[in-house]
Design a protein around this ligand. Sequence first.
Ligand code: ADP
Ligand code: MG
Length: 587
Amino acid sequence: MPEIKVLPEEVVSKIAAGEVIERPASVLKELMENSLDAGASKIEIEIKKAGRGLIRVHDDGRGMDREDLRLALGRHATSKLNVFDDIYSLATFGFRGEALYSVFAVSRLKMASFRAGADSGYAIEGEGGRVTAELPAPPVKGTTIEAADLFFNTPARAKFMKSDAAERAQLIKTVEEAALANLGVSFRLVIDGTEILSLPALPGGLWENLKNRAAAIFGRNIYGGLARVEGKTAGMAVYGLVSRPDALSATRANQHFFVNRRPVASALLRQAFYRGYGHMLTGRHPACALFVELDPGSFDANIHPQKRDVKFSSENEIFKTISNTIYEELLSKQTAAVEMTAPAGESRFAAPDVPAYREGAAPPPPAAETGSLFDAPGQAPPQDAAAAPDWRGHDLAYLGQLAKSYLLFESAAGLLVVDQHAAQERVLFEKYLDEFSKGSIKVQPLLVPLETELSRSQMETVLKWRDWLNSAGFEIDQRGPAVALLRAAPALFYFTQPAFAEFLGYLSEVLGEPEKAAEDIKRNIIATMACKKSIKAHDFVKPQEALRLMEDLKKTKDSYHCPHGRPTLFYLSGSDIARRFQRSSAL
Ligand code: ADP
Ligand code: MG
C-alpha cells in the first residue's frame, strides 16, 4: 500500500484558507479589494462580533451574473488573469483567484449580485466550501457578500484570534488603508450597530481629498503635524503626507505605505522613509500615508499569501528616491521656517548620507520607546550614584536656585546640585506607585473634563484599557467615535489639555494587550508617563519647599534617578572643587 495519500478536497481548501485568511481583517481586505476591482464607487461594511460573527461588504460595482457567481467560488477562479505573464502587469488588487474560495472554506457564505443587463439578480449560499442554495435575488446594482461564523469549522485557527478589541482595531485599520488609497470611493464602516467611519467620496483634487481623508482617519492631533511631500524620478513617483520632524509619535502605529495604491508592509519602504528624516528623528516615529507609484512590471506583490509584502526589481533606486524626496521636502520646509533667524546662505542641515539599501540591513528606526520604559524604572545604572557619597546622611543647607531649574545645597560632603524637575518626578512616581499598591489612589474628579481626539485605532486601544486605567485612577470616557474625555485623575497629577492629549496618545500607542502585560510593568508605564506629563510645582521654589522636596526624595527607593533613568542630582565634593582651583587640600 502506498504511504503517500492525496488529501481530500475539503482538507486542501482549509489549508489554502489558512494561508490567505489569517484573521477577520484578511477576509475584509480580500472582499474590499474585489469590490474595488469591480469598479465600485461606494463600499459599505458591516461587522459583528469583531468579524467572527459577521463580515458583510456591499458594493455598487459591476456585479456578477449567475454563472460567474458559481465560478467565483472555485479555486483559482479569476476574471483577472488569462496567461501567466499577466501576473506581472496587472493593476488590479487580486489575481490568484483564491480569496473567495478560501473565505468560503472557513465560513458560512452568502453572495448576492446583479449585473446590469441581466434578467434578475442572483444569490448563492453555502458553508465550509459546500453550496447549499442558489436563488434569485433583487436587481440591486453591485454585489453583497456576507461571511458569517468565521472559522466555525477550524477551531484550531479560531484559537489564534486575538482579543475582540485587537481584531476590531485591525479591521478598522484595513478600512482606513483602503480609504486612504481610494479617494474616489466612499466608505462606511459599521461595527455592532455603531458607525465607526463615514468617508464620503469628495469631488475635489487629489491633495484636498487626501487631506480630508487623513484628517478623518488620523485624528486631529496627528493630522495637524503632517506635511505634504512629493517627488519623481524616472519610472517612479512618491507622494503623500508625512509627520513634520517636530511632530513625531511614540510608535509606528500610524504609518501606512502603499505601492500602486495597494497597502503593503515593506521593510525597504519603511527604512527609506526613516532615512529621509536623517538626524531629525529623536527616537520617535513619524506618521505617514506614503504612496509609491511604479510600473506594474517592476515589482511582485505575489510573494506573500496575503499580498502584504512586495519584491522590487530595483531596490536601490526606490530607496534613494523615497529618502531623498522626504529629506528634501522636509529640509526645504524647515529652512523656510528658520530662514528668519539663520544667517543668509547658511544651511543648518547637512545633506544626509544616504547609503544604498542592503537586503537584511539592520533597520535604522530605533526601537519604540516601549523598551526604555519597561527598563527604566528602578534599574538605571547606579555607577554615578555609587561614586557619590550618600547625601541622605547629611544635613543640607539650601543655597539657592540656578536657572530656575537646579537647586543647590551645601552639605558636609560638598556641593549638591539637584535637577528640580527630575527630583519632583521621582517623588511623584513613588508616591503614586505606593498609593496604587495600597489600593488607595486619591482620585480627583475634573470640573471640566479634558478632551482629545484620537485615531480610531488609538481609541480602540484606550477602550481596551479603560477598566484598568480606571483602577489606576484615570476615569476615561468616549464621546463620538474618536474623542476621549478625562473625567477624573489621580490627585497627585495635574494635566493641561495638551499634556493629556500627549499622555493618552502615547499610552494608546505603547500599550498592547491588557491581559498580556504584567501588572507591575503596566503600573510602571502609567506612573512614568503620568509623572512626565503632569505639571510640576512652579519653577520658583522657596527654601522650605526645596528642603521639603529633599526630605521627600530621601524617602524614595532610588533618589538618584528620575523615572526615566536620568540623574536627579550630583555632588561636587570639596576635593573636586579644590582641584579646580589647583589647591592641594580640600575646602
Ligand atoms: P481574484 O480576486 O483573485 O480574481 P477572488 O476569489 O477574490 O479572486 O474572486 C474571484 C472572482 O470573483 C473575481 O475575479 C471576480 O471576477 C469575481 N468577484 C469577486 N468579488 C466580486 C465583486 N464584489 N464584484 C464583482 N465581481 C467579483
Ligand atoms: Mg480577489
